[in-house]
Design a protein around this ligand. Structure first.
Ligand SMILES: Nc1ncnc2c1ncn2[C@@H]1O[C@H](COP(=O)(O)OP(=O)(O)OP(=O)(O)O)[C@@H](O)[C@H]1O
Ligand SMILES: [Mg+2]
Length: 256
């Protein structure tokens, strides 16, 4: 079943077309990756889908409903939640309070929100951090709180914007485990924007590549990294040289 259907989405800022005629669908249960160079329009695409700003043209259908004209809080209530590239959990709140902020999207009752937050803290194995201030936690733990908070909204579709940025390889493994848990055990469909190729290659079923606001490729991760257009636009000429001459491929770009 199609959960998200983006049709000919265009969004510009003044003269700059940040998303140009982008179409794609996401099936329920899928785990889709979005890659592309800095400024390609990835975060703008999340903003366009999640109602953070009005789009110029096109349509966004979520769970069978046209959400193009809805505001972000209305979209979140329907079950489409996003995290922000720039860290968005509030450092002044405790971990539990943060997660409750997500839960309040679904309920006005403090006790219901608190019970839901407790369950999520347990699921994410961070109940021991419930009373810690988020701002005092290491960055990897903060990212876990961001994802736990997003789960407070009980999403059907979760948009993750660079949750692995700035983490060590070991911490990236932890984030991958959390994403797999959200996807597999909690049954949430996920779209993730990521520059960490290890994550994209290991986690995503399908990848969409943006460049200068346009979708330039779409397919299985191992196919997409072989695409000459993608190599040129994103993976870099060095990768292309290594790939065609057979000399070793850099570790961050797993061998297709
Ligand atoms: N609110 C805005 N006003 C004006 N221009 C914007 C705005 N948001 C994004 N842009 C521009 O749109 C283009 C796409 O930006 P976007 O943040 O979507 O890229 P990105 O693919 O997420 O990049 P990165 O990998 O660096 O996060 C960039 O040229 C950016 O400067
Ligand atoms: Mg971005």
């Amino acid at each position: 079943m199609t959960l998200l259907d983006v049709q000919h989405l265009t969004k510009s800022f003044g003269g700059l077309v940040a998303n140009k005629d982008i179409s794609f669908v996401v099936a329920q249960g899928e785990l889709l990756g979005i890659i592309g160079p800095n400024g390609a329009g990835k975060t703008t695409l999340f903003n366009s889908i999640a109602g953070a700003h009005p789009i110029d043209s096109g349509k966004v259908i979520f769970d069978g409903r046209d959400i193009t004209a809805l505001k972000s809080h209305q979209i979140a209530r329907l079950g489409l939640t996003r995290t922000f590239q720039i860290y968005a959990a509030s450092g002044d709140l405790t971990v539990k309070e943060n997660v409750m902020v997500g839960c309040f999207m679904k309920t006005g009752s403090r006790s219901v929100a608190a019970a839901l937050a407790d369950r999520i803290l347990q699921e994410f194995e961070i109940e021991h951090l419930a009373r810690s201030l988020v701002g005092e936690l290491p960055i990897a733990a903060q990212k876990r709180v961001v994802m736990a908070t997003a789960m407070g909204t009980e999403p059907k579709l979760l948009l993750l914007d660079e949750v692995a940025a700035g983490l060590t390889p070991h911490e990236v493994d932890g984030i991958i485990a959390t994403i797999r848990f959200i996807h597999k055990d909690l049954g949430v469909t996920v779209i993730l924007i990521e520059h960490v190729m290890e994550m994209v290659m290991n986690v995503c079923h399908r990848v969409l590549v943006l460049d200068y606001g346009e979708k330039i490729a779409e397919g299985q991760p191992r196919e997409v990294v072989k695409d000459p257009g993608v190599i040129k636009a994103y993976l870099g000429e060095r990768y292309a040289r290594e790939h065609t001459t057979g000399t070793p491929v850099r570790s961050e770009f797993p061998k297709p």
